[in-house]
Design a protein around this ligand. Structure first.
Ligand code: A3P
Length: 307
């Protein structure tokens, strides 16, 4: 008898409720029967076919780059099985051990790829060594976005959880009169992509990494998904015909599968309006990032067009 179990992911937060996952796994172990439904935006179907494997590919970053969109788009592919929530194994839960991690993975059949996404891996010093220790063959995907917009997006997310937060301008400068950028603020630090990439290149050759443009993922999702599928060695199944531009949301959404009324756009926390930030502040931040961006273009051999 096939046992299905549903794992609901809170789309308003990318944090993983580990306790809940444990509970779901326990239900699977106990053979409890739950309602079976299609894989959807916020639902994973776990069944008891196949085996749990370490991920062969991980979306390692970057926070607010468009990582949820990429994962949800990839999950349309029949040869991709992914954990919906973020395991945070290589940064927060490493001491739990590799078997704990593998046990979180969905079962896959031969030829299917196991995946997960945890955007904080990209900026975690120990993560490259730890992923390498699991498998040096791991394919790594980084969704990058203009670091200035990314910083504002990051700030917007924090502000939504903490409305009393100081202004962006207050946080971005060490000393606003001299205009020095505060690189200890994580919203700024994460966007220094060249610096974080250096850590990964100590362990992985560039050919193991794919850099997805967060901007093109919005303007040309099918084109960007073509690159991703090629990198993963997958047949190009995800194409133009899977996407439509939702005018209300202002973002591409997935077309509904026939006969389903399920919402196929990402949740409210994805594609939020950003607060107004003065152009001078943004310009100063853009100047700050320029040399790091150029270094990043040089390292990756790709011009992302942020400058
Ligand atoms: P904003 O909310 O600032 O617009 P992540 O999933 O890594 O947290 O990234 C969130 C960002 O994904 C959003 O940031 C949004 O711009 C971007 N994004 C890319 N494609 C999207 C899509 N199809 N729907 C919603 N957001 C998308």
């Amino acid at each position: 008898m096939i046992t299905f179990c549903l794992l609901h992911i809170d789309q308003h937060s990318d944090s993983w409720d580990v306790a809940y996952i444990g509970q779901v796994q326990q239900q699977i172990a106990n053979g409890e029967r739950a309602k079976a439904e299609d894989v959807d935006n916020n639902i994973s179907v776990f069944n008891n076919f196949g085996t749990k494997k370490f991920p062969q590919a991980i979306i390692i970053g970057v926070k607010k780059g468009g990582t949820r969109a990429l994962l949800e788009f990839l999950r349309i592919h029949p040869d991709v099985r992914a954990v919906g929530a973020e395991p945070h194994f290589f940064d927060r839960f490493y001491e739990k051990g590799l078997e704990w991690y593998r046990n979180l993975m969905p079962r896959t059949l031969d030829g299917q790829i196991t995946m997960e996404k945890t955007p904080s891996y990209f900026v975690t010093k120990e993560a490259p060594r730890r992923v390498f220790a699991m498998s040096r063959q791991t394919k790594l995907i980084v969704v990058v976005r203009d670091p200035v917009t990314r910083a504002v997006s990051d700030y917007t997310q924090t502000l939504s959880k903490n409305p009393g937060l100081p202004t962006f301008q207050n946080l971005v400068f060490k000393n606003s009169s001299r205009g020095l950028i505060d690189t200890s603020w994580s919203a700024v630090r994460i966007g220094i992509y060249a610096k974080h990439l250096e850590n990964w290149l100590q362990f992985f050759p560039l050919s193991r990494l794919l850099f997805v443009s967060g901007e093109r993922l919005v303007t040309d999702p099918a084109g960007e998904m073509g690159r991703v599928q090629d990198f993963l060695g997958l047949k190009r199944v995800i194409t133009d015909k899977h996407f439509y531009f939702n005018q209300t949301k202002g973002f591409p959404c997935l077309k509904k599968p026939e006969g389903s009324s399920r919402q196929r756009c990402l949740g409210k926390s994805k594609g939020r309006p950003h607060p107004h930030i003065s152009p001078e502040v943004l310009l100063r931040l853009r100047d700050f990032y320029r040399p790091f961006n150029l270094k990043f273009y040089q390292m990756t051999g790709q011009d992302f067009g942020w400058d």
